[in-house]
Write a protein that binds this ligand. Structure first.
Ligand SMILES: C[S@@+](CC[C@H](N)C(=O)[O-])C[C@H]1O[C@@H](n2cnc3c(N)ncnc32)[C@H](O)[C@@H]1O
Length: 413
């Protein structure tokens, strides 16, 4: 989420990025006009969350809703399931175990992207003895749904759902979905946090700061969320300096309560780039964690090529834990990707997949490369975190979960 762009952190403006094709540029201009209209209708200012919602999810035009390649070499970024099948297979071993331990039989995957995770995970989940009876995919993007159907055409056990299934019993999985939810941006002004939104200037979209004085939709919620964060940081003897910019995900609470309302019993496994609150909102990160990905360039300008560039912000896992607890979940685990995958048995999975391969063969080298990218601290190993939530699970049903025992980071939340 977010995402890993092989050409790393070259922060560039629109003109510093590779030029899109004329068709892609025309598409971006249509989306730009729609957002300009919205800003005009709102009196000259919209929140950054509204801008991001339109840029990523406006019907037929947003980055995820429309046909840009997005994933893989021809796209803008790669995610863990595309880096190596080891990721999905290792997660699937634990998911399979949780289904049988808790007497449940369904998996629901949120935001499946290309469908690669499901394709690889289902090889493990379909092994003899597995409790799985139903694998459902929930995807907001029609374009990605079509790609998932193509990826999974040989698999009969999957189905697509438009909303959370009622009375769900099983495991919910979401990789790099929370950081694709629209985020609110703020800037520190004296003792207060002000809203950083989007207006129109002579050369296009511009950042516009305003105090949350009740005149714009969402101001009241913004003030509440800011107060809570200022109080939490003060408890850690931390204050953010003047001019600091940061983000949070305002729809997290709603997402979590809808998930809990739909769930009778089960486990939620979330994986995303992120940190506990006091590490994420830290003076070392004066410009926050907002990042855009376009043709494998990671850049910092969300106004460059709207609809052609991914936008993402790191997840505040303290906020995820708070929303989860309010919604009736228990935070059963929080750790790094490396610790999760090691605890979940990636080494055994690697041995199985590498068995019989010549160490100089392309398949072996690709497995080795993928393992490094998933596990090395400077790659995804430390920056991606895993969180496990449970609902209506008795302690005795899931004993000593090894995937979170190796490095329990819940104290840092
Ligand atoms: C960065 S991609 C990650 C895709 C995939 N999980 C992976 O790891 O490759 C984010 C995905 O979440 C989807 N998405 C975003 N908001 C969603 C929502 N509210 N419900 C379901 N899917 C959502 C996007 O359309 C996209 O498929």
């Amino acid at each position: 989420m977010t995402r890993r762009s092989p050409v790393s952190m070259s922060i560039a403006g629109e003109r510093g990025l590779p030029a899109p094709s004329p068709d892609a540029l025309a598409h971006s201009e249509r989306l730009r006009s729609l957002i300009v209209e919205r800003i005009g209708a709102a009196g000259g200012w919209i929140s950054f969350a509204e801008y991001m919602q339109l840029a990523l999810y406006a019907p037929a035009l947003g980055y995820y809703s429309a046909g840009a390649a997005k994933f893989g070499d021809e796209g803008d970024f790669v995610t863990a399931p595309l880096i190596s099948p080891l990721f999905s297979r290792t997660c699937a071993r634990r998911i399979s175990r949780w289904l049988s331990d808790t007497g449940t039989d369904a998996v629901l995957e949120f935001g499946p992207g290309t469908g690669r995770f499901a394709a690889d995970a289902l090889e493990v989940l379909a092994e003899p003895g597995s409790a799985l009876r139903r694998y459902a995919l929930l995807e907001v993007s029609g374009d990605l749904r079509a790609r998932q159907a193509e990826q999974l055409q040989a698999v009969t056990a999957v189905e697509w759902v438009n909303e959370l299934p009622r009375g769900f019993r099983g495991v919910v999985f979401a990789n790099e979905v929370l950081d694709a939810l629209p985020c609110e941006r703020f800037v520190v002004r004296g003792e207060e946090w002000w809203r950083l939104g989007v207006g129109l200037g002579s050369s296009g979209f511009e950042w516009r700061v305003r105090p949350p004085d009740g005149a714009a939709p969402g101001d009241t919620e913004f003030v509440e969320a800011a107060k809570q964060r200022i109080k939490d940081l003060a408890a850690q003897e931390q204050a953010l300096p003047e001019g600091y910019c940061g983000e949070w995900h305002p729809w997290l609470d709603g997402w979590m309560s809808a998930l809990s309302a739909a769930m009778d019993k089960g486990v939620v496994l979330l994986a995303d780039y992120g940190l506990p609150r006091y590490q994420l909102l830290h003076p070392d990160r004066m410009q926050g964690s907002l990042r855009c990905h376009y043709r494998h360039y990671a850049h910092g300008d969300p106004f460059a090529y709207p609809g052609l560039s991914d936008i993402t912000a790191w997840v505040d896992f303290s906020a995820v834990a708070e929303s989860a607890c309010r919604a009736g979940f228990r935070v059963a685990g929080f750790t790094t990707q490396t610790a999760f995958l090691m605890g979940a048995g990636i080494e055994q999975e690697l041995q199985t997949m590498a068995a019989g391969l010549d160490p100089s063969s392309p398949d072996y080298l690709s497995l080795a490369r993928g393992t490094r990218t998933l596990l090395l601290p400077g790659e995804m190993g430390e920056s991606v975190k895993f969180m496990m939530l449970t609902k209506n699970i008795d302690e005795h049903e899931m004993l000593d979960e090894p995937s979170f025992a190796l490095r329990d980071l819940r104290d840092s939340l």
